[in-house]
Ligand binder design. Structure first.
Ligand SMILES: NC(=O)c1ccc[n+]([C@@H]2O[C@H](COP(=O)([O-])OP(=O)(O)OC[C@H]3O[C@@H](n4cnc5c(N)ncnc54)[C@H](OP(=O)(O)O)[C@@H]3O)[C@@H](O)[C@H]2O)c1
Length: 510
């Protein structure tokens, strides 16, 4: 495994939630596994006035609280934190970037980082353009030679719709080259998402069947058990389609549906995912009701505990029409996928936390065996992205004994069965890739824009057309019943990764 060159990671938004919950624990994990460069520095930047020592203490506390590591070596953690520095500035103030430049010069000399800097934008998205412009004022984006590389990592959300994403891309390109820009989608950092590529392109058995001739339909679910967890104000400006489907779930579709790339270089892979997004059949505004269903969780009782409805959450308008559940059906108009429906759903306050892809294979053309008193054969490949990462193949086999009764069985692989393997955190994998200048698992600007172009008509209709219903579903259930209507006349329906947690409360139209 290559180790990256010495570098400084500047975290804008160093006092924030993402930094303490994800970035710092992931960087520590890389340090622990000796995957970071010999000399590296973290430079935290935000307005809160910390000293270096206070910031280092925050880092130690964040790792202890949020690291997924089973054991934490306290001395190692102290050594890690000693590489952190802090600069209190207002990133909206252009003059403050002089202080940033001076600090970077100082650390660059101290750590011999040859001008290799990574800027991580973990601030509210409204600041992205300002930070980029202000970095440009002091030429902090300049990569003078093969050393001194400057990269920028942008957090989600990347835009609010197609126009804003295009504008943000344009603004970034005014200052940075595309190969310096890393748009992070932490789903692509998940081991099982990367495994989709290995499963498809390293095995001879799946790819010949991976098309409209053998696959009936594809279903992708991303459910969360939790609600908005006090972040109702943020969620009111987002919703399930923007928060989950436009980015994470469409990126997964890209890997599931892409053609084999010519090589495993970043642009070869990203060219193929872009083609998938360009082939998405856009849902016409007048067909949004037919192909998209939205819902909002309502109050319910789960194991005796009262769960408030979305509209009762802090920061949420009492008449909010923001969806906490979205389901869509769509097609990919190309040779491989012509006529194969894709179903995607994402939601909060569903019965469990799970992200999975289900490939439903077609049935045999002729039934040789009686299905009386026996199960219908189900051929499904289930790629479990989280939790309990793994892969499961469902096939029908003969029940022991007389006759030919069929029983569905699972061929099951769980990563947890390989006990010596600790799955690396998604952010850690992606941060390391950025340090190594590998953007394969980062979204390219044109792909992000295509994904917005696909969801925009649905977002527009949901906003403008008051006739389109938003359905209530009791917290702890699999979303509104109307999401099952997307399957229309087909004999299929959504897979239930687990049962509803409650059957009290009524499904309703909000
Ligand atoms: N939290 C997550 O798990 C998560 C997950 C995925 C994506 N994201 C994205 O990551 C970004 C950060 O989210 P977050 O949850 O960490 O937000 P947050 O807790 O509100 O933190 C925002 C950070 O930005 C800093 N900041 C705000 N205005 C500033 C200014 N004018 N100058 C300098 N610093 C400023 C804040 O520090 P001061 O107030 O000290 O200045 C704080 O450190 C957002 O774009 C979010 O969508 C977050």
């Amino acid at each position: 495994m290559n180790r990256p060159h010495n570098s400084i990671m500047v975290i804008f938004g160093a006092s924030g939630d993402l930094t303490k919950k994800k970035l710092i624990p992931s960087l520590f994990e890389l340090y622990k596994q000796e995957l970071l460069c010999d000399d590296f520095a973290i430079l935290g930047v935000s307005r809160t006035k910390f000293t270096d020592d206070q910031f280092r203490q925050n880092i130690i506390e964040a790792v202890i609280k949020y690291s997924e590591s089973k054991e934490i070596d306290k001395d190692l953690l102290k050594n890690f934190a000693a590489n952190a520095y802090y600069l209190p500035i207002n990133t909206e103030e252009v003059r403050d970037y002089m202080l940033l430049k001076e600090k970077l010069d100082e650390l660059n000399a101290l750590k011999v980082t040859h001008g290799n800097f990574i800027y991580y934008l973990a601030t509210p998205p409204q600041l992205y353009e300002t930070i980029v412009s202000n970095l440009g004022v002091y030429n902090l984006q300049d990569t003078p030679d093969e050393h001194g590389s400057k990269k920028i990592i942008i957090e989600k959300p990347f835009g609010f719709d197609y126009e804003s994403a295009r504008k943000l891309n344009g603004h970034l390109h005014d200052i940075f080259n595309e190969n310096q820009i890393y748009r992070i989608d932490h789903y692509l950092g998940k081991e099982t998402v990367q495994n989709v590529l290995v499963l498809r392109f390293a095995n001879g058995i799946f790819e010949p069947m991976w098309n409209r001739n053998f696959i009936d339909h594809i279903e992708i679910t991303s459910s969360e058990f939790i609600g908005v967890e006090g972040r109702g104000g943020y969620y009111e400006g987002s919703g399930a389609l923007r928060d989950m489907i436009q980015n994470h779930m469409l990126q997964i579709v890209g890997f599931i549906a892409m053609e084999p790339p010519s090589s495993f270089r970043a642009n070869a892979v990203r060219n193929e995912t872009l083609k998938v997004f360009q082939s998405l059949r856009h849902i016409k505004e007048e067909e949004v009701e037919k192909y998209a269903v939205r819902g909002q969780y309502t109050e319910s009782l789960i194991r005796g505990e009262k769960i408030p409805g979305y509209r009762e959450e802090k920061g949420v308008a009492p008449d909010s029409r923001i969806e906490t559940f979205a389901a869509i059906k769509f097609f990919i108009d190309n040779w491989r996928w012509g006529g194969v429906p894709f179903y995607i759903r994402a939601g909060k306050r569903l019965p469990t936390r799970v992200t999975e892809v289900v490939i439903h294979f077609k049935k045999t053309p002729h039934h040789l065996f009686s299905t009386d008193n026996a199960e219908q054969t189900v051929n499904q490949l289930i790629i479990r992205i989280q939790p309990d990462e793994g892969i499961l193949l469902k096939i029908g086999l003969k029940q022991p004994g007389a006759g030919y009764k069929i029983q569905n069985v699972n061929m099951d692989f769980h990563y947890s069965d390989i006990s010596e393997v600790e799955l690396p955190p998604a952010y850690g994998r992606l941060l390391l890739d950025c340090m190594l200048a590998d953007s394969t698992l980062y979204a390219r600007g044109d792909a992000v824009e295509e994904c917005w172009r696909f969801v925009d008509p649905i977002l527009n209709q949901w906003k403008e057309n008051k006739e389109i219903k938003i359905y209530g579903y009791p917290a702890g259930t699999w979303g509104p019943m109307e999401s099952f209507d997307l399957f229309e006349n087909s004999k299929s329906e959504w897979r239930y990764p687990c049962k509803n947690l409650t059957d009290d409360g009524l499904y309703c139209e909000l």
